[in-house]
Design a binder for this molecule. Sequence first.
Ligand SMILES: [Zn+2]
Length: 336
Amino acid sequence: MAASDRYVRQTILPEIGRGGQEKLSAATVAVVGLGALGTVSANLLARAGVGHLRLVDRDVVELSNLQRQVLFDERDIDAPKAEAAAAKLLAANSGIRVEPVARDVNGPNAESILAGVDLVLDGTDNMEARFLVNEVSIKRGFPWVYGGAIAAHGMALAIVPKVTACFRCFLPQMPAPGSLPTCETAGILNTVSSVVGSLQAAEAIKLLLGRPPSGELLVFDGWASDLQRIRIARREDCPACARGETELLGARRGQVIAALCGSKTISVDPVHKGEVDLAGIEGRLRKLGPVRSLGSVIMFEAGGATFTVFADGRALIRGTDDPERARSLYAKYVGM
Ligand SMILES: [Zn+2]
């Protein structure tokens, strides 16, 4: 089978053609967050032949993810999402480059993680990450596609800095922590997240082909089967895209601790340079009990919690929702 046969069902479309396929093949796209939306959009972009996909996620696969996160199966449980997703996408399309990044995206590292991209797809589950992606998008001049889904509702918005409204034109103030429903408290229909992930992938492909953005928020209601388009205007006084202010980018945090959507899990990310000696950590912990290796992470149980330690030193600590206790457990068993 010739390589050109792979895309024949889309290159036959006059809106794509051979020229459009070459644009997709030359593009670098980062999918930030590989949950219900990110697994759907990354899957579609890989199969459509986007030449370089950077898959960014700080989390590992859990059983309750499988209901909607379409790139994962039971064998992936406890493995880093970025690595499990990369393996699936390369099995579907070995002709593209797929780069897993099993890291948290935060103020100090966002610019380096998103360096060199032509577009970002938002698959995150929190507003702080979206405000941060928005700031990097404006600073670097690349477009991104916001997506969100909860219960039976979802929305998507293609953002081209200085052309369309940015995310802060749409949502001027970051909502207070705890003020929004989460996938854990409100649930999510897998059909709705799949529709929204598909809408995001479609917006991304159109932008990569060079089509002008609509500037419209797409709002999907899964029970009513209704799709609305709402025009979002740029704000002349927008702190982000009009005044160029950055609140999250470059913000220094002594230590990044995040409570993850999925409860009783804390991500602890001590500030340090370079890789940690994972083999050394593993050797010390073996004296206390069994240690499992999964891809580039190690897992162990200690102090009543389950630890997953990544190659960059970050750890997910499951079994507590208290950041102070998580930090203390990290200091005790991993060391910082
Ligand atoms: Zn703006």
